[in-house]
Design a protein around this ligand. Structure first.
Ligand code: SF4
Length: 459
């Protein structure tokens, strides 16, 4: 990804396992790419729920001492990237609520699009909010429902619109919930000793030693209790609209979403771009993928075209959030700090440059310039996604429409702006077929949002 889109969060849940919080820690570690601003774990031992959380990467946020205090056989965890709510500690999850029904901790991925409306209503009814994150609304709505906790969760889900995949624990039970469009992923796994896990991506199940069983279905609430697993649908108006960006960029290539391997989908995207170029007779010497999320697509392009897949760009893996650029000049050189062109490989060569998307265009432009400065003869940019034309309201930190460069320029002008010799995006229908499913949210490409929008001023 050359102009960074940020996913909001990742969640895990563990039910009925020895050292549940340590397993949750392993699962969160595998989801670190989904959020680096904060992390937390809540654990339940049958009679109480305790929570520890902190800022930064998981290893900075939670110490060994924290984990040792989180005893019990059930746990949930969260890694955070803040798109809704500020960066204060209160917004770091899991969120904990103590009520007459007991203690509840919840960890949420996604964005509730009618959050402002609901919050206003809840405040009118006397609710006092502890933090500014939309996730707290889930707890307040649950508290206001009637019947069993399962009924209360179903009530809360029926009030919310938008993207919400969340896990929740009480002193004794665990719940895994997905919104009726299944916008954010959430899957279930089985531990060897009979325990159950839930996670945003299956790579976290692998890290916890669990076997992927299935995705939580859109509109489903799965309850794990001493009685076993119970599945309830809070609505019969559910349909899968999983975020296409999960396949394109967010998820790890070793994850499987809705039975489709992310790596395989990306590889197919690369193949489709190569087929199109083959038809048009593009002549090139090699394929170069922008590390890391475009490497699968570059491999697919290479396999289809027969061109060598070369290491033309090298990523510095040690430039993290903590990198301090002491001068403005160095800050301006940001991308060179993270990526370097491999001169020995690219000099004098005609390159097909594979990237996964273009948001604002500034980073793509710098990468093309990097390759040219290293002596590349031609740079043909291929994007393994359609043009991003519309903003996201479901927990992805995209720009406003006026900042999305594809919404401002046609392909020819954009190619000129990037300094590339040619530019091609994927067609929406090719993306759907590469992901093996027409059941995707494609709103940032098509403008057809799967839910009502309550604050559409930025479209
Ligand atoms: S609008 Fe785009 S980024 Fe947002 S959920 Fe839909 S496909 Fe994903």
């Amino acid at each position: 990804m050359t102009d960074i889109l940020h996913e909001e969060c990742g969640v895990v849940g563990v039910y009925n396992a020895e050292n549940a919080s340590q397993l949750a820690y392993l699962g969160l570690h595998a989801l670190q790419h989904r959020g680096q601003e904060g992390a937390g774990i809540a654990a339940a031992d049958g009679s109480s729920v305790r929570c520890r959380k902190g800022f930064g990467l998981l290893a900075e946020a939670l110490s060994a001492a924290d984990l040792s205090e989180l005893s019990g056989r059930n746990a949930i965890g969260h890694v955070r990237y803040a798109t809704a709510g500020g960066r204060e500690m209160e917004n770091v999850q899991p969120l904990l609520a103590r009520a007459q029904i007991g203690t509840i901790a919840a960890a949420h991925n996604g964005q509730i699009v009618n959050a402002n409306v609901l919050r206003g209503e809840l405040e009118q009814q006397g609710s006092i909010f502890h933090c500014t994150s939309d996730s707290e609304i889930i707890l307040h709505l649950i508290q206001r429902g009637s019947g069993s906790l399962l009924d209360k969760i179903a009530h809360a889900c029926r009030r919310m619109d938008g993207a919400f995949s969340f896990v929740l624990i009480t002193e004794k039970n665990l719940y895994a919930v997905r919104d009726k469009n299944g916008l954010r992923p959430l899957c279930l796994g089985k531990l060897p000793d009979g325990g159950v896990c839930a996670a945003s991506e299956s790579c976290a199940l692998d890290a916890m030693g669990a076997e992927l069983v299935r995705d939580v279905r859109p509109g489903e609430i799965v309850k794990c209790s001493a009685a076993g697993l119970e599945s309830v649908f809070y609505t019969d108006a559910s349909r899968c609209r999983l975020c296409a960006m999960e396949y394109i960029y967010f998820s790890r290539p070793d994850s499987v979403l809705e039975d489709v391997s992310v790596h395989t989908a990306r590889k197919l995207c690369g193949r489709m771009l190569a087929l199109q170029d083959e038809r048009e007779g593009l002549q090139a010497d090699m394929v170069v993928g922008v590390p890391d999320s475009s490497l699968s697509a570059a491999l697919g392009y290479s396999l289809q075209s027969g061109l060598p897949n070369e290491l033309g760009l090298v990523k510095n893996r040690y430039v993290g959030r903590t990198f301090i650029a002491p001068t403005q000049q160095l800050r301006d050189r940001g991308v060179q700090m993270k990526l370097a062109a491999n001169r020995a490989v690219v000099a004098g060569k005609r390159i097909v440059l594979l990237d996964d998307s273009i948001v604002r265009g500034t980073t793509s432009r710098r990468i093309v310039r990097l390759l040219r400065q290293a002596g590349a003869a031609e740079v043909h940019m291929r994007i393994a996604a359609p043009q991003i034309l519309y903003p996201c309201f479901y927990g992805v930190d995209t720009s406003q429409r006026q900042e999305l460069i594809s919404a401002q320029m046609d392909e020819r002008s954009l190619c000129e702006y990037l300094g590339a010799d040619s530019l091609r995006f994927m067609r929406v229908e090719d993306l759907c077929s590469a992901c093996g499913s027409p059941s995707l949210c494609l709103a940032c490409f098509t403008g057809r949002y799967p839910t009502a929008l309550y604050n559409a001023s930025s479209i």
